[in-house]
Design a protein around this ligand. Sequence first.
Ligand SMILES: [Zn+2]
Length: 449
Amino acid sequence: MRSQRRIPSVVQTLTESFVVTAALILVISVSLQTNAAAEGNLRRGGSDFQSRNGDISITSDFPGGRMNQCTQISNDTFAMTIAPESDPINDSAWYAFRVQSQREQTIRILLHYVGGSHRYEPKISRDGETWQSATELISSASNSGQDVELRVPVDSKPLWIAGQELLSTDEISQWSNQLTKLPHVDKKRIGRSVQGRAVEQLTITESEKPDYVFLIARQHPPEVTGAIGMVHFVDALASESEIAQQFRKRFAALVVPTVNPDGVHHGHWRCNANGIDLNRDWSHFTQPETRAVREQLLECRRAGHDRLCLFVDFHSTYDDVFYIPPQNARVFPAGFTRQWFASIQDRFPGYNVAVDDNHNAHRSTSKAWVDRTLGVTAVTYEFGDETDRETIKTVATGAAEEMMRLLLALPQKNTNLTQQPRKPAKPQPLNPEIRLVSGVSDGEEAILR
Ligand SMILES: [Zn+2]
C-alpha cells in the first residue's frame, strides 16, 4: 500500500547531453545567487517565463509557487533553477510551477537545485486541485540529486508540476470553514504572521470545562503529507462517530492547522517570512507565529483546573515515524505514547509504527518545549513524503480514534489526579511489533552546513 520512493530508485545514468546542460544550469545558478529578487532579504519563489517563439509559458507566480529562474536551452529544452528562500537551509527542495504550450509537444525541463537536492517526486494537476503522482516524468537524475531531467508532455491546458499537492492556506481555511458549520467546532484568529496573514485555531468540543489536546501543523511549508495527516486526524475528532461524540463531551481539541502561512504562500523550503525555522524557535520565541501558539498553550494551563493531556505537531519526512522526547516519568499522562503507539500497531498489523525517542532532543522544537516546560506528553507526528495518501487517511484516522479511546480511559480530573510528580509508572515493555529507530538523519534533523 505504501509507495515509498527515494531518490536512488529514480537515479539513472546521465546522458552526455544532460551533463552539458547541467553545466549550463550551474552557470545560471551562480548568477542567480546575486540576482535573486528579494522578499525582504529572502529569495522569492515566483517568476514568469515565456519561450522565444512565445509558444511555451511557465510560471510560478501563484501561492506556493517556486521556480527561481527559467532559461531556454533549445526549442524544446528549458533549464530551471530551484533555490530556497535563504542559505543554508534544511534540504527540503520544494518546487512548484505551471506549464502551458500553444501546441501539443513534449518538452525537457532540467531542474537544478541550489543549496539542496531532489527530495519530492513530481506530482501533477490539470486544475490545481486534483493531483496525481508523476514520478514517470523523471528521465534522469545526477548522483548528487542536484540535477533532475523531466520529460513533460504539454498542451494548451495548464499543467501544474509540484513537489507535493499544492495545499494552500486558503484551501486549509476552506476545509476549516466547512468544519465550523458543525455545532461543536469554532474558529478564531490567535495571531498574525510576520506579513500579517491570520494564524487560525479551531476549537472542537462539546464540554464546558474540557481537558485539552493541542494539535499544530505546517511549521514547515513543503511538509504537505503532515498537513494531510492532520486534516484526517482532525476530521476524525470532529466526526459523528460514537467515540468522537464521547471524546468531545470531556475533551477539547485545539488545532492550529497552518502555523507558517507566509512560508506556505511563498513556497518556502523551510522558514517563515523572516527566514527563521519556526520549529527551532521554541526557546526564545522570536517570531509572532510561535508566540501566538505558545500563548494558546499557556492559556490551556492558566485556568488551573483544566488539563492539557497531549500535544501533537504534524510534519513530513522520508518515512512515517513518531518522534518523542526521551521517556520522562514526570510527563503527563504517564506512559501514554507507548500505549498509543502499541494500540495503533495492533489496529494496523501490516503497517510499521516507527518510533524514535531521541530525536532532536536538544533542539528548540515545539515537542521539546512542551515536554520540558509544560510537562505534557508531546509528539512530532511525521508522515512520509511519498506515503500513499489513502494510507495516510487510514492511519491518521485510526491514530485519532486510538488517541480518543485511550484518553477517555484516563481518570476524570475530579478524581483528584494531578499533574504533579508522582511515583513513576513501571516502564512497560514496548510492543515488539513497533520498530524503534534512532539516530535517524532526515528532513527534520539535517542542516547541511
Ligand atoms: Zn518538519
